[in-house]
Write a protein that binds this ligand. Structure first.
Ligand SMILES: [Fe+2]
Length: 291
């Protein structure tokens, strides 16, 4: 009898061990721990300005997400404006529905459509709805040999600037980092271009002295790529060896014609040891740029 009980106990333990992980989604902490141990080659998708909750935007975003997941990225990054109306919980619900097939980590960035200084409760809603590492609105994470820094360019009283405590934190993380590659994500572009988009002079370039300090910090610590959104288009340029890429074509109405980057798209980035490459894929699955 005793022996039968022991065998039944062992069978039960085995069943629980096998069944439990499949039925419970891994927590963000577990996903982050697995990213740190990722191999020398990995890939990630970057897109932004999808503005969930607007049906026209949602149709595009759904197509982009489906296409992006076919490439089997290890994680995704959104450059901000994940939802249409700041603080709107129905929009957040829609964003999660549209992103339900994303089982890998999905890192979000604050945009002015997610949190708005004039919309009470929008920041609380963001903190509640977004699955943020350390529950911090700006944060860092490591994937293999690479450091990622996700910034908040919309802090009350500091909007369109990276300054104060956040700048000090950024400096500290960059100066103590040992990772080979460094990537930064921030919603407002540092160097938007006049005639391409709608926010030239009213992004991080609104405060050129502080923008230049930020660029100087990136240069000093070897940041290679900066991903931004806010302008609904694709624009890549290199300044002092740093690739500044605006990828705001995740679904919202476009701000340029097709020839000037006005197409819906996502970026597929691949890190392979010392090398980093990127491919820009439009909503029809066509490669539009490679670097
Ligand atoms: Fe924006």
């Amino acid at each position: 009898m005793q022996r039968r009980k022991i065998i039944a106990g062992i069978v039960l333990i085995l069943l629980v061990t096998v069944v439990a992980p499949a039925s419970q989604e891994a927590s963000l902490e577990q996903k982050l721990a697995s990213l740190e141990k990722i191999g020398r080659k990995f890939s990630f998708v970057v897109l932004g300005d999808n503005r969930a909750g607007d049906p026209t935007c949602d149709a595009v975003y759904a197509k982009l997400i489906a296409s992006a997941l076919e490439r089997k990225p290890d994680f995704l990054i959104n450059t901000g404006d994940q939802i249409d109306k700041p603080g709107n919980l129905t929009n957040w619900k829609r964003f999660k529905e549209l992103s339900r097939d994303v089982s890998v980590p999905y890192f979000l960035t604050v945009g002015n459509h997610d949190v708005h200084v004039e919309v009470a409760g929008s920041e609380e809603a963001y903190m509640d709805q977004a699955d943020l590492p350390g529950k911090e609105i700006y944060y860092s994470f490591v994937a293999g040999n690479s450091l990622f820094l996700v910034l908040d360019s919309y802090i009350k009283g500091e909007d369109k600037r990276i300054t104060g405590e956040q700048f000090a934190w950024l400096q500290m993380v960059l100066s103590t980092s040992r990772e080979k590659h460094k990537f930064v994500v921030v919603h407002h572009p540092l160097f938007p271009e006049k005639g391409k988009g709608k926010h030239h002079g009213n992004s991080l370039d609104r405060y050129p002295a502080e923008r230049d300090l930020l660029h100087g910090l990136f240069k000093q610590y070897g940041v290679e790529y900066v991903f931004m959104g806010h302008e609904h288009l694709y624009l890549r340029k290199t300044i002092d060896g740093i690739a500044y890429i605006i990828t705001g074509g995740g679904g919202a109405p476009l701000y340029a014609d097709d020839r000037n980057g006005g197409f819906h798209h996502y970026l597929l980035m691949t890190v392979d040891g010392d090398n980093v490459t990127g491919e820009v894929v439009d909503v029809n699955g066509k490669a539009r740029d490679r670097f």
